[in-house]
Design a protein around this ligand. Sequence first.
Ligand code: NAD
Ligand code: 89V
Length: 339
Amino acid sequence: MPEPLIGAVIGCGFFAQNQLHAWSDLADAQIVALCDRDPVRLAETAARFGIARTYTDAGEMFAAENLDFVDIATTVASHRLLVKIAAQAGVHVICQKPFAANMTDARAMAAAVDAAGKTLMVHENFRWQSAVRRVIEIVRSGALGEVFFGRVSFRSGFDVFSGQPYLAEGERFIIEDLGIHILDIARALFGDVVRLTATTKRINPAINGEDVATMLLTHGGGATSVVDCSYATKRSPETFPESLIEIDGTLGSLRLDAGYRLQMGNRVENLTPPVLAWASKPWHNIQESVLHIQRHFLDCIAAGVQPETSGADNLQTLALVEAAYLSAAEGRSVALAEL
Ligand code: NAD
Ligand code: 89V
């Protein structure tokens, strides 16, 4: 067994706990240091995971530690600076979604890590959920023939604001936070997008941003897809956090329905994900994908290849987010070449 890669996690908030559990499950990585500007969260998380070295300043951490990689688990406002100092420190980088607040920052961040000769992966994990992954494999195998229509749908009434109160505060909400995942699944399934049209609505009066978004995507390969997201949907049973998928191809159709039920022709598969030892329902689907994407990061470094959701790749997903807000604001279709 080769020596484990030595890493640090920056950000000890709500979601980083999952990332730290997943690192503990991966024998070829070892987290030796933690950083959070909030000393209470930092101390609690360090105690929970038995990590001795802690920092409230990321610059001090990079100066003191000899790291192979860093996992940036903070919210978007801090990403540009943290990615820049990680690149200066010459370490491989995983950064949470949304990667950047705008395309200019995202391009600069990807270029900085590239210039350092290191691997950059955006933690865009929904395409690593096991049910979604199975659908991606089927499409990539060609079993459906030429895909001409797709729908990726996430509709829920789950209270995401209690765990992540900042989601209620921003001017942007569902496209930037959740739609970004669903748009990324559409890209993984149907390829890059040339044109997008979107409408948005705010139903919940207690939040600032939009909580419903409906997007029509024209993919370069010829497929058309609909990506629809809502946190204002009172459905029964509640399906949080499942992404439901419909695909029509020249050789067949596929449906990933509620309850992780996949139907393709007469064949039905139960794709219910496992509940990992540290996971809990209903988040287990997302939690399992964290383990898969972190595994993928380590495998890519070992093999010297780019991760699926490299910085360069994720610029395309982030551009869809920007295109959706532009389309909704201006009431028009947006060509991705505009961004
Ligand atoms: P959070 O607010 O709970 O935690 C963020 C932590 O980062 C806080 O403890 C904060 O003190 C710390 N922090 C912020 N700036 C810092 C800096 N410059 N240096 C050190 N520490 C800093 O947020 P969260 O809900 O854990 O979300 C974090 C990120 O994860 C967001 O970008 C969010 O979109 C993403 N997220 C992803 C998923 C997923 O499935 N991929 C799910 C939830 C959240
Ligand atoms: O995955 C996420 O980014 C989360 C949630 C699923 C709640 O939207 O913020």
